[in-house]
Design a protein around this ligand. Structure first.
Ligand code: AMP
Length: 396
């Protein structure tokens, strides 16, 4: 860990520029899911408790460098006040004289929210002048937006280099969980990678086979591997052009000592819809007119056995078409097994990625996982072994 936390900083009387992710869903001016606001609340409260004055920097939607009334952060002020339980001031720009006056006027016990950083086209260009304008408003920089850390933007990267910088509580929790899962894990380590396509997860697979002991491949992407092994897959979702790549991954995994676990049995249906008539078949017996929509019970039993023999689990992507019953069965059963082992204290379980969080929530297993990342792209890039610019800038 080459980065500092709030505990390493003297916050008393300081203006702390906090980069947060409050890109929450809003309907009719009201926040419909405040999860992201809840997740940054410990950071804001800790800064206030230490006598610091939090000044929040955030993006909201994709205004493309233009001022757009519907993407103003001002509409989030009531939700932020409710979560932080303190007054939240608002400045109509994230740099300039108005923002400076608001930062200057900020009193102890208050929070200042600055307008959408992406109203400036310079934000997404990691522009040094914009970052300098932001830096002028505070004494300390705190990045609590892990989910935006895969992007080198002025408020996530350049700014971190201009002020004493640290990670906020959410960023700290994310990084500690990820380091425990992949950088310095307790072995054996198992990864689950599922989802629709191999093509979107090639970098991920290549990185994981070098790092983990067992790799469970599920979902639509497993079909491409079954095809590569010469199995008929009927009308299943697959990328026939990637069978050579899939074979290469299997060969490299073997050389790296990583066991790849593909479905040994499959749940097939004739229609891609909930409750479509279905049957369980061996993985090499998909009829021509059927499609594979989930892994079967024997596969789940094998996955459960692998989990039971593992100390660390990292999970991205569902094992089947989990939005449709009963094709959520393998994902649910495997998730519940991971939850049970985590509760028993024998497994560290970390999961992330948009669909993964939805699938684990639906299975009822999420609460028992050691850590569920709220970040989508950043979590995936971290699992791919890439350097996240927002984290690297904190490590200087
Ligand atoms: P991803 O966004 O790559 O994580 O993929 C998640 C999507 O893959 C979900 O919408 C699943 O329904 C879908 N999926 C998983 N398994 C299958 C499958 N066997 N056939 C078709 N779609 C699937």
């Amino acid at each position: 860990m080459g980065w500092k936390t709030l505990d390493d900083m003297d916050l008393n009387g300081k203006r702390v520029l906090v980069r947060v992710d409050i890109n929450v869903p809003v309907a009719d001016g009201k926040v419909t899911d405040d999860t992201r606001i809840q997740r940054i609340t410990p950071t804001v409260r800790d800064i206030l408790a230490a006598g610091g004055r939090p000044i929040l920097l955030a993006h909201f939607g994709r205004p493309g460098g233009e001022r757009k009334a519907e993407l103003s952060l001002q509409q989030l002020v009531p939700a932020l006040e409710a979560a932080f339980d303190c007054p939240v001031m608002f400045a109509a720009d994230c740099v300039g004289a108005g923002a400076a006056a608001a930062a200057e006027a900020l009193k102890e016990g208050e929070v200042l929210l600055l307008e959408n950083t992406r109203f400036h086209a310079a934000e997404t260009k990691n522009d040094a002048d914009l970052a300098a304008g932001m830096a002028a408003l505070g004494d300390i920089y705190c990045n609590d937006a892990f989910s935006a850390a895969h992007r080198a933007h002025a408020s996530t990267e350049a700014l971190a280099r201009l002020l004493p910088a640290c990670a906020g509580r959410l960023m700290q929790a994310e990084l500690q969980a990820l380091e425990a899962a992949l950088a310095k894990p307790e072995r054996p380590v198992t990864a689950v990678v599922g989802g629709a396509k191999v093509s979107t997860k090639l970098d991920l697979l290549s990185n994981l086979i070098e790092k983990v002991d067992h790799l469970v491949i599920g979902g639509g992407m497993a079909n491409t591997f079954l095809l590569a092994q010469g199995h008929a897959i009927g009308s299943s979702l697959a990328e026939a052009s990637l069978t050579d790549t899939a074979s290469e991954i299997l060969t490299k995994a073997k050389a790296a000592g990583c066991e790849i676990i593909l479905p040994s049995d499959i749940v097939v249906a004739r229609k891609f819809e909930a409750n479509a008539p279905h049957e369980v078949l061996p993985a090499d017996a998909c009829p021509d007119d059927a499609m594979i929509l989930d892994a079967g019970p024997a596969s789940v039993a094998r996955i459960a056995e692998v989990f039971a023999n593992s100390k660390t689990l990292i999970w991205n992507g569902p094992l089947g078409a989990f939005e449709m019953e009963p094709f959520d069965a393998a994902t649910n059963a495997a998730a519940l097994k991971a939850a049970e082992l985590t509760r028993a204290g024998t497994l560290i379980s970390v999961a992330g990625g948009g669909d993964t969080v939805a699938a684990l929530n639906a299975s009822g297993a999420a609460a028992d996982f050691s850590y569920i990342s709220t970040a989508g792209g950043a979590f995936l890039e971290w699992m791919e072994g890439k350097t996240l610019p927002g984290v690297a800038a904190l490590e200087q």
